[in-house]
Design a protein around this ligand. Structure first.
Ligand code: CAO
Length: 474
């Protein structure tokens, strides 16, 4: 009996020793993490411990599309974004492409979610007093005025830095330093100046701009990354810095593969371009490649069932080498798997027109969704041409919050694109855009801590304009 007890005690001791060792090693890991300056690992459930950018205050001096795209992303990630707008007018897009009379346009509402709005005349003495308080209070100033406009207001980098050395000043401009730095720039100007238009379209047609707003929204995205990086560096250095993204640079960055092809041209024709198979000689610059794929795999847009009446009954089809044999079986051309003219990619290059015509005879017998399903079952990548209507109605995009329905006090319910960046511990809740000046009082009082007397003076000066009607109605 005593022996049995002894054995049990020994076992227990063994377990507790193991346990202790395990706990010790866990503690070591935790200590190491703390040693890196990180706080203790949160024990709150995922998505319940605040947002990624909680505590970051943004002075949002942006308008139109590029800057607002950036600050909207930061707001979705948890930053407190205070949009400063000109009294009475606000961001010019509020009134552009209006579909509901008297209500903020979709152009504005879809680019300014989760922000607060204060109206301020930055060119008045009292307005500048408020702006300077905002500079002292915020972490980041984001602007996309025409070159020199911020300086003309009196907000030079030197002045901002003297008011708040920790402030990050982030700007979108059309061009970086150089011959065009003083130019005003819009989306399509950037697409043209950044190399996109010269490489978009068919080789025998005009240069084309794309529907994706790579100049505006693309540059806003670049800027957001710059801001978050500057905030991270500030943790170490304690000081702010300037962040500049030029729209030309942003577009060129997205056209990287086209500058790659420019250099490849020096070593011979670009054999994966349709133009090569058609025997059309190459010139000095990267040509427009139609619907060829940038990755070098031959690809085209093919008709699907219903194309005669539906402008989007098409599918992008890529004859990727690793799945070539599956494609041959699928379209009923198994002989191509071994035929010397079709079996290997180099042999297929001069015959791409004939090959895609054959594949199209097959895709035309099916809807784009049937082609998608059949091909994906075999790991053959294809891209159905989805219309905006189809995307708006797609249930899976609603479920993930990529397409969201938002309610607005003056325009009612509308659809918006939600945050495309999903963080597992910082969950985005899309809120409607602010009415013009909706938060003026709240910001003057609660954020900037002006006294009632000071607020009365600011208001009497006209620096904040008149109280917005819509605000009073709400
Ligand atoms: N109170 C008083 N004045 C204000 C103000 C406020 N709250 N907000 C802006 N202003 C003033 C500016 O100070 C500027 O005045 P000055 O010209 O006297 O210095 C004026 O409003 C106009 O600003 P702007 O030149 O930026 O505006 P614009 O409509 O003439 O140009 C745009 C628009 C987009 C071409 C230009 O801002 C630009 O090139 N921005 C950089 C590139 C960019 O972001 N382009 C993308 C736009 S999205 O397609």
């Amino acid at each position: 009996m005593a022996k049995k007890k002894d054995k049990k005690a020994k076992e227990k001791d063994k377990i507790s020793k193991k346990d202790k060792a395990k706990r010790k090693s866990l503690k070591l890991v935790a200590n190491k993490a703390n040693g890196d300056g990180l706080p203790k690992v949160s024990s709150k459930p995922w998505g319940k411990d605040g947002k990624a950018l909680d505590g970051v205050k943004i002075l949002d001096f942006t308008h139109v599309q590029s800057g607002p795209t950036c600050t909207q992303l930061l707001a979705w990630l948890g930053a407190d974004v205070i949009k400063v707008e000109r009294p009475g007018i606000g961001d010019i897009t509020r009134g552009q492409l209006q579909d509901v009379p008297g209500a903020d346009s979709l152009y504005f509402t879809m680019l300014n979610h989760n922000k607060r709005s204060i109206t301020l005349d930055s060119k008045s003495k009292e307005g500048m007093k408020v702006l300077e308080r905002l500079v002292k209070t915020c972490d980041v100033l984001v602007e996309n005025f025409a070159p020199g406009a911020l300086d003309r207001m009196g907000l030079t980098w030197e002045h901002i830095h003297s008011l708040n050395p920790r402030m990050i000043v982030a700007s979108v401009k059309g061009f970086g330093p150089g011959p065009y730095e003083d130019c005003k720039v819009y989306e399509n100007v950037a697409q043209c100046a950044g190399g996109s238009a010269s490489t978009t379209g068919f080789h025998d047609g005009l240069p084309l701009v794309t529907g994706a707003q790579i100049g505006d929204s693309g540059t806003g995205l670049h800027l957001a990354l710059g801001i978050v990086s500057a905030l991270y560096q500030r943790k170490r250095t304690g000081r702010g810095q300037r962040v500049l993204t030029a729209m030309q640079d942003g577009v060129l960055n997205l056209c990287r593969v086209k500058l790659r092809d420019q250099q490849r041209l020096a070593h011979g024709p670009l054999t994966e371009y349709t133009q090569f198979g058609q025997g059309i000689p190459f010139g000095e610059a990267t040509p427009r490649a139609g619907n060829d794929s940038g990755g070098g795999q031959p690809g085209v847009i093919l008709k699907c069932k219903g194309w005669e009446t539906d402008p989007n009954a098409y599918i992008y089809f890529i004859t990727q080498a690793p799945v070539w044999e599956k494609i041959c079986d699928l379209i009923g051309q198994p002989d191509w798997k071994t035929h010397p003219d079709y079996a290997k990619p180099p042999a297929r290059l001069p015959r791409l027109k004939e090959i895609f015509e054959r594949i199209e005879r097959w895709t035309m017998t099916r809807t784009k969704f049937e082609v998608m399903n059949e091909c994906n079952a075999l790991d053959i990548p294809v891209g159905p041409i989805l219309s905006m209507k189809e995307l708006a109605e797609e249930p899976s995009l609603r479920q993930t919050g990529t397409v969201v329905e938002v309610d607005h006090p003056t325009r009612g319910k509308y659809l918006s694109v939600g945050n495309p960046i999903k963080l597992s511990d910082s969950i985005t809740e899309v809120e409607r855009s602010p009415l013009l000046g909706e938060h003026t009082d709240e910001i003057l009082t609660k954020v900037l801590k002006f006294t009632p007397r000071e607020i009365a003076e600011i208001k009497a000066s006209g620096a904040t304009g008149q109280a917005p009607k819509a605000q009073a109605a709400e």
